[in-house]
Design a protein around this ligand. Structure first.
Ligand code: NOJ
Length: 567
């Protein structure tokens, strides 16, 4: 018997709205300045009300926190600053009661150097099972073709260990030694950790840094066949014992290199679409749809049971690894005037500051996020337009406390402000007195209300998560227009036309919709009927940075609607 999950539909992730958050940053129940599970539980009503359906928790395991928890010292426990295992279980049950799924991190490319495995490995004799948990070498001249990822901190992927009298391999910080996936014991340990959480009822695992699991000399040590074999083994173990679970691949690669992480539907169920994200920002700044249509044209089709994960921002820098050199120069220039806004190969800013706090641009980008093929992932705080703090180190500027109200510490904690894990944002534009949940809940025209409405609207139409995509190619390239279509299986279709104006000025557009002659478009936010489509080009005028979602109804004399108008 497979262990059931909280979702009954095996493809639940196709209709999900994922919300990414850090327990540390969300709500502090015991006033020690650090968010915790009881705090998060107290905010579940807020998340349910927002309409998100799956909570992605950043790493919450015991850790020295030198990479915000991606440096794990124990895979099967909760960091005591955030609560106990019991608290986690209470949270998991409470989320499930609200029909929300829970995704946690499976960070197995590397551990912390404080993990007992590494402490034992560096003292164990070469060749021993303990030593072989990690990747060692007598020289740092091996795997030389592998690039360095944290370019601002690391000079080499090898670090000399005095105790072991050997170099150990690490793709990230030098305090994060890579596990050795050529050692079968490593896979056994990974499966054990995975089962620990899946048995408890966790619905989904985000697999961190998976392109780098296995190394081979003479290659760039990314996306190797041996790595795919490991992932297949992990997936097979899940399919064998568990129902309706999900693996999400963090593979920051070009579309053609990400495609194999779906396998034949037998590796990861989902993968982030990394190359699309910077191109959305590029298209906006260039007022030209080409960067988006171009990368989508390069995106291969994926197996039926698979799905892209879409995002505008996350807890890391806005990565520019998957763009050309020219595109990267452009992005740096356009989006990071102050060098402090840059880190590694990317830009460490939140959504609102990236678009100069322009409400129309925020809405436009979110409209793309919510209507493109895939599952949208929102980053905590972006639903209220939170700002960042570029004076904090590493990527911490986008990891500041959630802003709940205008009380002390933004309502995040009652502690002495000096005790907070990071200061709350306090500037006059994005500071917590100006930007907070409480204020936006009482303002019907706030970004929070808008986001909530858009999420609710999207959830009424399965076509967004499951339908096909076809771009239209009107002459005006400042307009991005596309059709989403879902065959309902009974001969009828759910069809939505999305039109977005990427320009800061109003734009006209003439769309060839002759295939839909006779159909009646209905604007979905207000449920407003638009003129019927004919064989001649369909002319629309869009205000600056505006967008339209139009459901196309077949001409049967009656206007049927599949959802009620919102907003
Ligand atoms: C990707 C994570 O998103 C990032 O935050 C982390 O630093 C690296 N993996 C290393 O685990």
């Amino acid at each position: 018997m497979k262990k059931p999950a909280s979702a009954s539909d095996p493809l639940w992730y196709k209709d999900a709205i994922i919300y990414e958050l850090h327990v540390r940053a969300f709500a502090d129940s015991n006033n020690d300045g650090i968010g915790d599970f009881p705090g998060l539980i107290s905010k579940l009503d807020y998340l349910q009300d927002l309409g998100v359906t799956c909570l992605w928790l950043l790493p919450f395991f015991p850790s020295p926190l030198r990479d915000d928890g991606y440096d794990i010292a124990n895979y099967e426990d909760v960091n005591s600053s955030y609560g106990t295992l019991k608290d986690f279980k209470t949270f998991l049950d409470a989320a499930h009661q609200r029909n929300m799924q829970v995704m946690i991190e499976l960070v197995v490319n590397h551990t912390s150097d404080q993990h007992p495995w590494f402490k034992a490995a560096r003292l164990a004799p070469p060749g021993s099972p303990e030593r072989e948990m990690y990747v060692w070498s007598e020289t740092d001249q091996v795997f030389k073709e592998a690039r360095i990822i944290f370019t601002d901190t690391e000079k080499s992927n090898w670090t000399w260990d005095e105790k072991a009298k050997a170099y150990y391999w690490h793709r990230f910080f030098s305090h994060q030694p890579d596990l050795n996936f050529d050692n079968p014991r490593v896979i056994q340990e990974v499966l054990k950790a995975m089962r620990f959480w899946l048995d408890m009822g966790v619905d989904a695992l985000r697999m961190d840094a998976i392109p780098y699991l296995v190394e081979r000399d003479g290659t760039n040590c990314e996306n190797l066949a041996e790595t795919h074999a490991v992932i297949k083994e992990i997936r097979a173990a899940i399919d064998e014992d568990y129902a309706n679970r999900l693996i999400l691949a963090e593979a920051n690669q070009w579309p053609a290199d990400v495609r194999p992480y779906f396998g034949d539907g037998d590796e990861c169920h989902m993968a982030f679409h990394f190359p699309l994200m910077p191109r959305i920002y590029m298209a906006l700044r260039q007022e030209d749809r080409l960067p988006i249509t171009d990368i989508m044209a390069q995106t291969p089709s994926i197996p039926n049971n698979c799905q892209w994960g879409l995002f505008l921002r996350n807890h890391d820098e806005l990565t520019l690894e998957m763009v050309t050199d020219d595109e990267r120069d452009y992005m740096y220039l356009a989006y990071s005037a102050d060098p402090r806004m840059r880190i590694n190969v990317g830009i460490r800013r939140r959504l609102a500051p990236l678009v100069d706090n322009n409400r129309r641009r925020i809405e436009l980008l979110n409209s793309l996020l919510l209507s493109f093929p895939g599952t949208p992932i929102l980053y905590y705080g972006d639903e209220i337009g939170m700002g960042d703090n570029i004076y904090l180190g590493d990527r911490n500027g986008v990891r500041t406390p959630m802003q709940w109200n205008s009380d002390r510490n933004a309502g995040f904690s009652r502690c002495d402000p000096a005790r907070l894990y990071f200061p709350v944002v306090m500037d006059p534009i994005y500071g917590y007195t100006a930007i907070n949940v409480e204020a936006q809940l009482s303002d019907q025209s706030s970004l929070l209300h808008w986001t909530r409405n858009m999420i609710a609207l999207r959830k009424l139409f399965q076509v967004f998560g499951r339908g096909t995509l076809r771009f239209l190619s009107p002459a005006n390239r400042k307009i991005l227009a596309y059709l989403r279509d879902l065959d309902r299986g009974d001969g009828s279709h759910e069809t939505v036309l999305c039109v977005a104006n990427l320009s800061r000025f109003a734009q006209p557009v003439a769309l060839d919709l002759s295939d839909y002659a006779g159909y009646e478009p209905v604007e979905m936010l207000g449920y407003v009927p638009f003129p019927k489509i004919t064989k001649t080009p369909y002319v629309l005028t869009l205000a600056q940075y505006s967008f339209l979602w139009l459901e196309l109804h077949p001409n049967d004399g009656v206007t049927e609607v599949s959802g009620e108008g919102l907003a």
